[in-house]
Write a protein that binds this ligand. Structure first.
Ligand SMILES: [Zn+2]
Length: 303
C-alpha cells in the first residue's frame, strides 16, 4: 500500500517532524517490513534517528545509509519539502528557483540537490518501450537551434524513442549519443526497445540493421509521409525538450550534465498524466532510496 500526501495540507501533517520523515522513509524503503541487512531476521527494535537494531545479531542499520540521503547535513524535512516542490512544478524548477523557495543561503546546495534528485528519477531496471515505437535523433545546443543533419559541431546528439499510443504519444526514452552510426543506433535501440517491436524511422540507413536483432523496421521517408513528416512523435518530443531546456533552465546546461536533464524530462513526460502529484512524490522518494549516495565531488560543479 503506497502512502503519499494528497495535497499540501496532508504533506505538512505527514512530515512535521524528523521522526515522521524517518518513519516514512523506512516504510518506502522496506514496504514488507525491515529485515536485518546482515542476517535477514525480521526481529528488530527501532532506536532513535532511524536506526534499526537486529534482535538476533545486534546489527544496526540506518534507514538513510546507502541512499541518496546518507551524508546529508540538512534535516530530512527539507529534503522532502524540496522533493514535494520539485514534483509539483509542472515544468520542473531551476536551482535558483528552489534556493529561493527553500530559503537557503547557498545556491550550491540546491544545485547539488537537484542534480542528485535527477539521478533518482530513472530507475536502473526500467521497462523497455514496446509496440510501435518511433525513433529519431536530434541535436541540442545551448546557443544555436541547430540545423538538421548528422555531425554538426559543438552540439549534443540525442536519441529519441516514442511509443505510438491511441491518443498521441505513450512513453518515451531519451539517450545521449556519440554519433548516429549504425552500431551506435542499434545498441541504443536494444537498450531502450523490446525486441519484437515495430520501429519506425525516417529512413536513415543507421537503422537498417534492426531486423537482424529481432525488430521490424518501418522506414518512412519524409516525402512519402502523408503529412510531410514521417516521424511526428519524435519531432514533437524534440521541440518540447528544447523548449524545456531553454525555458526552465535557460539553456545553461553543460554537455557533461545533459544526460541527467534528459532523465528528468523523461521522468516528467512519462508521468504527465498521472493525476496525483503524491504518486510522483512517492516515486522520487523511492528512487532516492534505491540509488546509493551521490558525493558532491561526483557532480563536478562547473558553472
Ligand atoms: Zn541480524
Amino acid at each position: 500500500m503506497e502512502r503519499y500526501p494528497a495535497d499540501m495540507t496532508d504533506f505538512m501533517e505527514m512530515f512535521s517532524t524528523e521522526e515522521a520523515c524517518l518513519e516514512y522513509l523506512s516504510l518506502v524503503r522496506w514496504p514488507d517490513g525491515y529485515a536485518c541487512l546482515r542476517c535477514g531476521s525480521k526481529r528488530h527494535w527501532k532506536k532513535a534517528r532511524g536506526l534499526f537494531s537486529c534482535c538476533d545479531c545486534s546489527y544496526e542499520a540506518s534507514v538513510t545509509a546507502g541512499t541518496l540521503f546518507q551524508d546529508t547535513h540538512k534535516p530530512l524535512r527539507f529534503w522532502l519539502q524540496a522533493i514535494w516542490y520539485v514534483v509539483n512544478q509542472k515544468n520542473g524548477v531551476s536551482a535558483l528557483g528552489l534556493q529561493k523557495v527553500m530559503g537557503f543561503s547557498r545556491y550550491q546546495t540546491t544545485w547539488e540537490w537537484l542534480h542528485k534528485l535527477r539521478r533518482a528519477m530513472v530507475r536502473p531496471n526500467r521497462d523497455k518501450l514496446s509496440g510501435l515505437v518511433e525513433v529519431d535523433e536530434t541535436f541540442v545546443g545551448s546557443v544555436h537551434s541547430g540545423k538538421r543533419g548528422r555531425g554538426a559541431e559543438g552540439k549534443s546528439l540525442i536519441f529519441i524513442a516514442a511509443e505510438e499510443a491511441t491518443r498521441g504519444i505513450g512513453r518515451i526514452r531519451l539517450s545521449l549519443l556519440d554519433n548516429a552510426a549504425a552500431e551506435t543506433l542499434t545498441k541504443v535501440v536494444q537498450e531502450t526497445i523490446e525486441p519484437g517491436s515495430h520501429v519506425r524511422s525516417d529512413g536513415w540507413r543507421g537503422y537498417n540493421n534492426l531486423p537482424r536483432y529481432g525488430y521490424t523496421h518501418i522506414p518512412v521517408m519524409h516525402k512519402d509521409a502523408a503529412s510531410g513528416d514521417a516521424t511526428p512523435l519524435t519531432h514533437r518530443i524534440a521541440s518540447l525538450l528544447k523548449r524545456w531546456l531553454l525555458g526552465t533552465h535557460q539553456g545553461a546546461i553543460s554537455h557533461q550534465h545533459l544526460a541527467y536533464y534528459l532523465d528528468e524530462f523523461t521522468f516528467r513526460f512519462n508521468r504527465r498524466t498521472s493525476r496525483s502529484r503524491g504518486k510522483l512524490f512517492y516515486r522520487l522518494v523511492e528512487g532516492a532510496l534505491q540509488i546509493g549516495p551521490v558525493p558532491a565531488k561526483a557532480l563536478k560543479h562547473k558553472m
